[in-house]
Design a protein around this ligand. Structure first.
Ligand SMILES: NC(=O)c1ccc[n+]([C@@H]2O[C@H](COP(=O)([O-])OP(=O)(O)OC[C@H]3O[C@@H](n4cnc5c(N)ncnc54)[C@H](OP(=O)(O)O)[C@@H]3O)[C@@H](O)[C@H]2O)c1
Length: 253
């Protein structure tokens, strides 16, 4: 393969942005998708300076027309889609189950779950035509572990949505395993991004959070990007339907 074509949803900040930079530094063609056009165009410029043929595409992953257009524009620009990183996510509105409403459900699940469903729908259509491709969904440790942390942060809806991401990842992996397509998830522990700071609410809460992580520190976006780049690579050719913890030991604790 020549330079692979990479699509990253929610690619303008945090883990998505670090992943875009990591792929760009490897010379890949990178499409960053997001909701803020000016920020996206500026990032695409920065990726071009790194030597990547990079583009920004506007896409809110809750909107099926925008997701379809995101994939179509990627293929129109670069002719194929080799790697899709379904990273767009929200912490939603944390709170006890007794306070949840249909709206708070939609606030979390429409981005974290429907967004992954719609993204995979159009990505797999292209990858089936190619008979190749890699999809990496971004879950969380709380997609399968760390329930004490979920209770302490009242992140029940978020944890539920990430469980769905892992179920979808494994189910679709099996659906497309014989089509030359691999589907995996990366499950970050607490990572130093805007989402973590919004969720924790205050710097002293971040300190408290670090105490529950066996390695005693937050993860770095670069460390997540490295795991994603590995799963996208030929070195991971026999890995599909897998959820890779990148969490300083949190899931094992
Ligand atoms: N940081 C952590 O500790 C941690 C831990 C476990 C899992 N994760 C997961 O990692 C992924 C990346 O999060 P992050 O930590 O890098 O935080 P982040 O910087 O807040 O990134 C989230 C990105 O998703 C975008 N986004 C949100 N809703 C969207 C929508 N409906 N359509 C398109 N884009 C949307 C945001 O764009 P806007 O600026 O437009 O809102 C933002 O760029 C998420 O799936 C998150 O759940 C993070």
């Amino acid at each position: 393969m020549g330079k692979p074509v990479i699509l990253i949803t929610g690619g303008l900040t945090g883990i998505g942005r670090a992943t875009a930079v990591a792929f760009a530094e490897k010379g890949a063609k990178v499409v960053v998708a997001g909701r803020r056009d000016e920020v996206g165009k500026t990032l695409a410029e920065e990726l071009r300076v790194l030597g990547s043929e990079a583009e920004f595409v506007h896409a809110d992953v809750r909107n099926e027309d925008e997701v379809r257009a995101m994939v179509e524009e990627t293929v129109a620009r670069f002719g194929r889609l080799d790697v899709a990183v379904n990273n767009a996510g929200t912490e939603g509105v944390p709170g006890p189950i007794t306070d949840q409403t249909a709206q708070t459900y939609h606030d979390t699940f429409d981005t974290n779950v429907l967004g992954v469903v719609l993204s995979m729908k159009y990505e797999v259509r292209v990858m089936k035509e190619q008979a190749s491709g890699v999809i990496i969904n971004i879950s969380s440790t709380v997609g399968h572990a760390a329930f004490g942390l979920v209770a302490a942060t009242q992140g029940t809806m978020y944890a539920g949505s990430k469980h769905a991401v892992e179920g979808l990842t494994k189910s679709v992996a099996l659906e497309v395993a014989s089509s030359g397509i691999r589907v995996n998830a990366v499950a970050p522990g607490p990572i130093d991004t805007g989402m973590l700071l919004r969720t924790a609410g205050a710097p002293d809460k971040v300190e408290g959070l670090m105490k529950v992580i066996p390695q005693g520190r937050l993860g770095r976006t670069k460390e997540l990007a490295a795991a994603i780049v590995f799963l996208a690579s030929e070195d991971a050719a026999f890995i599909t339907g897998h959820v890779l913890d990148v969490d300083g030991g949190l899931a094992a604790s």
